[in-house]
Design a protein around this ligand. Structure first.
Ligand SMILES: [Zn+2]
Length: 597
């Protein structure tokens, strides 16, 4: 079984080029034989993630994230290994041996549904709702609603729209008759238990169903619009669950991601139907929030894909409020944020309505093209408040604005950006730049206040590798060097001498690979590691050495020689320290693990 699983994993890995997979999530630029991009795993402003096609690995020198294509997908989407395998297999058109579904059937009480169970149940429900929509009588009202909104059959298909039947036991009866595990459906908010008799009823009744997908295109939740005017509320969302977090999800991103990435611009609308109408009109870089304000999680998702975000709002009032909130959310991100309001150019109440009019697409394109920069927007409002005010009031208002900017992270921005903002404010309020610059409060956020370029002060920092770690990196990068090690060298690197479990796992895998005659190159060692933490560690050591030696085997050999001779010299000191810190005995008497010949 494990053997079969291993083979499957290899097949999927071979079919999933890491540059393409990572590139679908993060913009990459070629640099020599590698690719570089903004690391999605820390607050990265300078591309620090490397992707190495020849080794099929990625690595970030700042936060230490790294590993193979599975590790990337798992970490990026917070997936279990099996979910990552399924996603990559589907992407590569590989059919996996089906896993027996329904842990929930066997032990409904204790275990509870897993994330994979919730995803599965949501997918089953989406198909059920689609079938209802096609059903002659059950789907009629929903089909009329779709037709009335002018949504094309292609969009119904692309967004996988569906309908929940006008009864309380539609999905519930299907789940029961097919003997499917109810717990997964309950966990995803699709079924609800009745307190009286423990039976279940539908979570959604008589609604137009908008499946909400994750970026992988898996259904993770639903938005549901009422079909009967008397029902309340107008829109109903799935409850949050292990797979669905409202504030980090963007509607339509699974379809829009590619266009956002290629155009480097994302448009964020207020509603599902606005997003669908835009896609139907050929604007494919459009998404929607799920009835919430923009959050920094949205901003981070978008920042990986593009440089500019246009927030498209229906009315000026809403636009103002949103601009205020957006300032806080987007300020610290390297995103160019623009605000576009429909009401400034047309009397249409939302993009959906506008796009139904002849020439509506052109009007919308003009509205988007004339979107105002967030800072301009804010400066214009400051100018309004300062204009005509007496000097005392004006200076207080300018002071308040500067304080606000510092509060939301001004001093953490790169120097150049701070200078540009200062200049803009100076222009708007009619002061010279130096005066405004001096008036910016030092703030509490960063130690150096407004003086230093400390944008990276909060970034995680990976410690410099020790001599032992470097030695391991040399072996992984230049596996032939293994044979140049003496017994004493190998002893100094012995797995038993590593205290940290993840490190020890890597070293054990390396010694294991060597004694199996498999060679100690990165791939062979990584293949022996299950834990993503130790995989990232191995990749990190490898990358560090490749960078230091610039791939030169001779420099690798020198580095290894330096490291191991230092280790052998320091040997006795280490033993004393080991004993003091762990209370263990002299390591020379520790049991020997598998040793290489
Ligand atoms: Zn990183």
């Amino acid at each position: 079984m494990r053997q079969a699983g291993q083979e499957e994993k290899e097949r999927v890995r071979d079919a999933s080029d890491i540059v393409r997979v990572v590139g679908e999530h993060v913009s990459l630029k070629a640099k020599g034989r590698e690719f570089m991009g903004l690391c999605p795993f820390h607050d990265d402003h300078d591309p620090s993630m490397h992707v190495v096609p020849s080794k099929q690995i990625f690595h970030c020198f700042v936060c230490g994230a790294g590993g193979d294509v599975f590790a990337f997908v798992q970490r990026f989407h917070h997936l279990e290994f099996r979910e990552a395998l399924e996603y990559l297999a589907q992407r590569a058109n590989i059919t996996l041996v089906p896993r027996t579904r329904g842990s929930a059937v066997e032990s409904p009480a204790e275990a509870g549904p897993t994330r994979a169970d919730l995803v599965w149940a949501s997918g089953v429900a989406a198909s059920f709702f689609q079938a209802i929509l096609r059903h002659e009588s059950h789907g009629r009202v929903a089909r009329e609603a779709i037709a009335a909104r002018g949504i094309s059959p292609e969009m119904v298909e692309a967004f996988a729209l569906g309908a929940s039947p006008d009864r309380w036991d539609g999905l519930a009866a299907t789940v029961r008759s097919k003997g499917l595990p109810t717990a997964a459906f309950v966990g995803a908010g699709l079924l609800r238990p009745r307190e009286s008799d423990g039976s279940h009823y539908d979570g959604f009744r008589n609604r137009l169903m908008f499946p909400i997908h994750d970026q992988l295109g898996r259904v993770i939740a639903f938005g549901a619009r009422k079909l009967n005017p008397e029902d309340e509320p107008k829109y109903l969302n799935s409850p949050e669950s292990a797979i669905f977090e409202k504030s980090g999800t963007l509607y339509g991103l699974q379809l829009a991601a590619r266009a956002i990435q290629s155009e480097r611009v994302a448009v964020v609308t207020e509603g599902y139907t606005d997003t669908i109408a835009c896609h139907q009109a050929g604007l494919s870089n459009v998404v929607a929030t799920l009835g919430t304000a923009l959050t920094s999680r949205h901003a981070r998702v978008l920042r990986r894909l593009c440089d500019t975000v246009i927030l498209l709002f229906d009315g000026d009032q809403a636009g103002m409020r949103a601009a205020d909130r957006a300032v806080e959310v987007f300020f610290a991100e390297d995103l160019d944020v623009r605000i576009a309001t429909l009401s400034s150019a047309t009397d249409a109440k939302d993009p959906d309505e506008l796009l139904k009019r002849p020439g509506g697409v052109e009007v919308l394109r003009r509205v988007l093209a004339s979107a105002r920069d967030l800072l301009e927007f804010r400066c214009a409002r400051l100018a309004e408040r300062v204009e005509g005010a007496g000097p005392a009031v004006a200076s207080r208002r300018i002071g308040e604005e500067l304080e606000r900017l510092v509060e939301i992270g001004f001093n953490r921005l790169p120097m150049l950006r701070r200078r540009l903002i200062t200049r803009r404010i100076a222009e708007v309020v009619g002061l010279d730049e130096a005066t405004v610059w001096k008036s910016i409060p030092a703030g509490r956020s960063a130690a150096g206040g407004g003086t230093a370029g400390n944008a990276d002060a909060s970034a995680p920092v990976v410690a410099m590798p020790s001599a032992r770690e470097l030695a391991l990196g040399c072996l992984l990068a230049f596996p032939d060097l293994w044979t140049t090690l003496t017994d004493r060298h190998r002893e100094a690197l012995d797995p038993a001498t590593w205290e940290q479990p993840e490190q020890r796992a890597v070293v054990e895998a390396l010694f294991d690979a060597a004694s199996a005659g498999a060679g100690v190159e990165l791939e062979a060692v990584r293949a022996r590691l299950d834990d993503p933490g130790s995989q990232a560690l191995a990749t990190g050591w490898y990358m560090r050495v490749v960078a230091m030696t610039e791939g030169s085997a001779q420099r690798g050999a020198e580095c290894l020689r330096d490291c191991v001779s230092r280790l052998v010299e320091e040997g006795s000191a280490d033993v004393v320290r080991d004993r003091r810190s762990t209370g263990s005995v002299n390591r020379r008497s520790l049991p020997r693990p598998i040793r290489a010949v």
